[in-house]
Design a protein around this ligand. Sequence first.
Ligand SMILES: [Mg+2]
Length: 252
Amino acid sequence: MPHQPELVLVTDLDGTLLGGPPRWRRRLYSWLAQERARVLQVFCTGRDLRSVARLLQEDEAMGLPIPHLVICDVGCTVACGHSLEPVPLAVDPIEERWRGMPERLLPLLAGIRGLAQQPVTADRRLAYQIELEELDLERLGEIEAHGVDCLVSDSRYLDVLPAGVNKGSTLMALLEWLEVEPSRVVTAGDTLNDLAMFETGLQGVMVGNAEPGLLAALPRLRATYLARGEGCEGIVEGLRHFGFAHLLENRI
Ligand SMILES: [Mg+2]
C-alpha cells in the first residue's frame, strides 16, 4: 500500500468503475495498474466479498486491477484487496451492531409485498431485489424502527443495514485510520447507495449515467462534480476537474 498516496480513488463498481465505453475502461484500468505506488485504490460497492472475488477472476473484467482495499456490502465489510480477508478492526463494531437483527427482521420482511422471497447473500446486512411499484415504502419505516436503515438503490435493490452504517460512514472511518488528507480523496458513484459517499463532503464524481434519484440530490452536494462521461470516462473527467490531471498526463 502506498504510504503517502498522491490520490486516494474510491470507486463504486457497477455502473461506475465497471461502466462506460470499453476503451475508457481499458485505459483507466491500465493506468490504475501502473500507478499503484501513487494512487491508493479502494472499491466501494454493494456487492459482497464473494461477488468481488468472482469479478477479479473474470476474464471479461478487461484487466480490472486488484485494489488495495475493498469496502463492500454497502459499507458493512472492509477487506484487504489482495487476500480479500475482512479487516477485524473495521468489521467487528459493525458485526456487534448487527447481532440478532436477522432473527428479528427476517420474519417481518417476509410479510412485505414487493420484496423477492429470499434475501441475496450478504454480510452484516440483508439484501433484496425489489419490485418498486409493489413495495409500500411505509412498511420500510416500520422496519427502520428496529434500529436499521433501509436503502433503496437503482430502483431494484433494497439493503437493510445497521443504523448509521453506509458507504460514507465506513469510508470516513477507514480514511481516519489511514491518516489520509481529505484533499487527496476522490470518490465516484452512480446510484443512491453512493449518496452517503457524496454526503461526506469529500470530492466526488457523479458519473454521467447516475440514476435520477441521485441526480436530484446534486444541488446540495457542494463537493460533487457531475461528469458528462459515463462510468470510467466520467471518473477520468472528474479527476481532471479536481486537479489531478498531472497524474494522468500522457498516460490515459
Ligand atoms: Mg453502482
